[in-house]
Unconditional design. Structure first.
Length: 735
């Protein structure tokens, strides 16, 4: 019989735990396609040198048999046999594998029976029965439930009443599980009505109840149907008691489902004494942006703030690493900050709204996708404003959440040892690494003793702030008295570094990406070093760390590459701008002697000397010539500079600022001069002159787009109010 065409479906289901049924199906297939001798023969395979035709025929049949077995196996089984090429070897390996599994099952069944009837739960009885008889008897029920054929399912259940609680798939699923996965709501309703409340608690092989599957898929109608029959379902986790339905809804970002389940989950099941589910609800809510749920639960049980979830992470530690949920960790352009500051959010919007889920059920019962559906006012007219509104709402919710977490810290912690043991100290240093000023400020102000905590390298809060270049957090030092500043700056870490050593140390993790250009980065590093130096005892400048280096030597050693990059950046920028400036000088100098309209042959004066537009031309030409000459000289000064460390603080930035400013001014006045010339020569043809003058603004605009931001950043960095807030008011009430 031909064996070159294989059907795509050989068995009803791929092999899992029903090996006996699978073996019978495959055996019949092999017999029907003349492949049985390949797996059961005792003879050795033919050799190609003895009989090439026989070897080719055997190879073809062996490949067909191997293919039939492989496509009938699940992924877990396939991974154990895919490397074998002989169908006979694979066949016997599967027999040995499942014979061992069957012996283990029989041993477990005998153990359960020996323990007595009281130890046989509904789930145990269900699995023992089905593993003996397989799942083929439930094929009709499975297909009917999966396809939504309620009539067929009803007839089957009427004739087989026990099937409603039976395991009908190799995944350990009941008919209710299958209906939930297939999203057949009417079937779910029918099955729930027929099942006892205890039947809804049956778990599949993964430990998931039907409600847990519903939480993953987000059908509110199905969830309400089940919970109305058995309110205990919301407290059932997986095989290890973890991942209750509420956690699953949050994990899979089903917001409406999470709100609904949260309103039905008793607080007693979420307290720390009951395990990690409560903390997991908070961490998953924070991770998925459901801050209202996290906030409400923390308000009801503040102790969850420092409790560990299933991943051994506390909500406080998680929040400390999420910089984008706090204003200080979300860098915004100037115009965005202005709009952000004008947005007002009602306090009621911050808290949870239980009616949101309930109304959704009454309307259509469908889970909405995407981010939280926020109720906001007229800001929704513009999409950009909506984004800013949502951002500010998250910031407000996170700050409110942190405020309530402080209650737990104040209650649970009595000293620095308690802070380290509970993870609060680690959370503070995580917040410093992420640059979350609000977190550090609020936590330390509420618990002043935390000012003295140290990390694993024995670095205090301000040493860590210097190490990670967090200027807002470091500026808190200006709000302390002189004695405290002396105590803080006198600290040493495990490597013998004082705070000035850390200011001079540049690592691969030092955050400089937000600063434009290597030269400005070098300037910022020097500003940091000078600022810390101004607060330290002069003796600290000459102190040696364990590597035998002073702070200044540490700075020079670690900033060598950055200083070289800064020199290259400065010279590259200056070189490019010098070419542009020199070109403008040449053009403007020539234009001064080839005036529009020419000169009078008798007097030698320009023809249009008495016209106001000519005066505009001369003034603009002169200003452009002078400013471009100045810019060229400044850029030449940059190219010939010595490039010492100190030059990056003022000297080089000053020259670059003057050079860019005068170059920008010269381009603008050159365009004015050009426009005046056109108006003088073609004053009768304005229809042509005006569009050309408008086009003259393009070069100015392009230069502004490319260099103006750099110029503004450089001016702000060099002449601005400074990176550090030296006017910080006293903020620590007691210590």
């Amino acid at each position: 019989m031909a064996t070159n065409v294989l059907p795509s479906r050989i068995v009803l289901e791929v092999i899992k735990n029903d090996y006996a049924d699978w073996r019978d199906c495959i055996t019949n297939y092999f017999l029907a396609h003349d492949l049985w001798d390949i797996v059961e023969t005792t003879a050795e395979p033919p050799e190609p040198e003895n009989d090439e035709a026989e070897f080719k025929a055997w190879t073809k049949k062996n490949a067909a048999a191997v293919h039939a077995i492989l496509i009938s196996c699940g992924r877990d089984v396939l991974s154990q046999i895919k490397d074998f090429t002989s169908a006979k070897t694979i066949w016997h390996r599967l027999a040995i594998m499942y014979d061992r599994i069957e012996r283990e099952r029989m041993h477990e069944a005998k153990r359960v029976l020996a323990a007595g009837p009281s130890s046989i739960t509904a789930g145990t009885f269900r699995r023992r029965t089905n593993q003996t008889g397989g799942f083929s008897e439930y094929a009709t029920l499975y297909e009917a439930v999966r396809s939504g054929d309620g009539h067929t399912a009803y007839i089957f259940l009427a004739s087989h009443p026990d099937s409603v609680n039976a395991e009908i798939t190799h995944l350990g699923q009941t008919a209710l599980h299958v209906a939930v996965v297939a999203q057949q709501e009417h079937i779910v309703q029918t099955l729930v009505e027929q099942m006892l409340p205890e039947g809804l608690q049956i778990q599949d092989n993964e430990g998931l109840t039907a409600l847990a599957e519903t939480a993953i898929r987000g059908s509110l109608r199905m969830a309400r149907c089940m919970i109305s029959k058995n309110k205990h379902l919301v407290t059932i986790g997986n095989n290890w008691g973890l991942n209750i339905p509420l956690v699953l809804a949050l994990r899979f970002e089903r917001r409406q489902m999470a709100l609904f389940l949260y309103s039905h989950t008793p607080l007693e099941e979420l307290v720390p004494e009951k395990g990690s589910n409560g903390a997991t609800v908070v961490t998953k809510a924070i991770n998925t942006g459901n801050f209202d749920i996290a906030l409400d639960l923390i308000m009801r049980c503040p102790r969850l703030s420092i409790s560990l979830d299933t991943d051994n992470i506390s909500p406080m530690s998680l929040l400390a690493g999420m910089s984008y949920v706090f204003p200080s960790g979300d860098r915004q352009p100037f115009w965005t900050r202005c709009i952000y500051s004008c947005i007002r959010i009602h306090r009621s919007t911050v808290n949870i709204n239980y009616e949101e889920a309930r109304l959704d059920i009454e309307n259509n019962g469908e889970e909405t996708t995407g981010p939280s559906q926020l109720k906001w006012d007229c800001y929704g007219i513009v999409k950009g404003l909506k984004h800013l509104y949502e951002m500010k709402l998250i910031h407000l919710q996170s700050e409110t959440l942190l405020f309530h977490m402080l209650e737990a810290i104040a209650t649970e912690l009595n000293d620095q040892v308690g802070a380290v043991g509970s993870g609060v100290a680690q959370a503070i240093f995580s917040a410093i690494r992420a640059g979350i000023f609000e977190f550090v400020f609020l936590v330390v102000r509420r618990n002043p003793e935390l000012l003295w905590v140290r990390d694993s390298d024995r670095r205090n809060i301000f040493m860590s702030a210097v190490q990670h270049r967090r200027e807002k957090i470091f500026s808190l030092m200006y709000g302390l008295d002189q004695q405290m500043i002396k105590t803080i700056t006198s600290a040493r870490d495990n490597f013998g570094n004082n705070i000035l050593h850390l200011a001079g140390n540049l690592t691969d993790f030092t955050p400089l990406d937000h600063i434009t250009g290597a030269a400005l980065q070098m300037q910022r590093e020097l500003q940091w070093f000078k600022e810390v130096e101004s607060l330290c005892n002069p003796m600290y400048k000459t102190e040696l760390n364990k590597d035998g280096l002073t702070p200044k030597l540490v700075f020079t050693k670690t900033h060598k590459d950055l200083m070289k990059d800064g020199e290259i950046w400065m010279k590259g920028t200056a070189g490019s701008c010098t070419v542009v400036g020199a070109l403008i000088v040449t053009i403007m100098f020539a234009a001064a002697f080839t005036v529009p309209g020419g000169t009078n042959q008798e007097t030698g004066f320009p023809v249009f000397i008495h016209k106001k537009l000519f005066e505009t031309f001369i003034i603009a030409d002169s200003l452009s010539l002078f400013s471009s000459s100045t810019s060229v000289l400044m850029f030449l000064g940059i190219l010939t500079s010595r490039y010492a460390e100190e030059d990056f603080i003022k000297s080089l930035p000053n020259k670059m600022i003057i050079g860019l400013s005068t170059l920008f001014f010269s381009i603008a006045t050159m365009m004015i001069s050009f426009s005046a010339t056109l108006l003088i020569m073609l004053r009768e043809q304005l229809w042509m002159v005006i569009p050309i003058i408008c086009l003259a603004g393009i070069p100015v605009s392009l230069f502004a787009m490319m260099q103006f931001n750099l110029l503004v950043d450089m001016i702000a960095s060099t002449y601005g109010s400074g990176t550090f807030n030296r006017k910080m008011k006293p903020w620590l009430t007691s210590i």
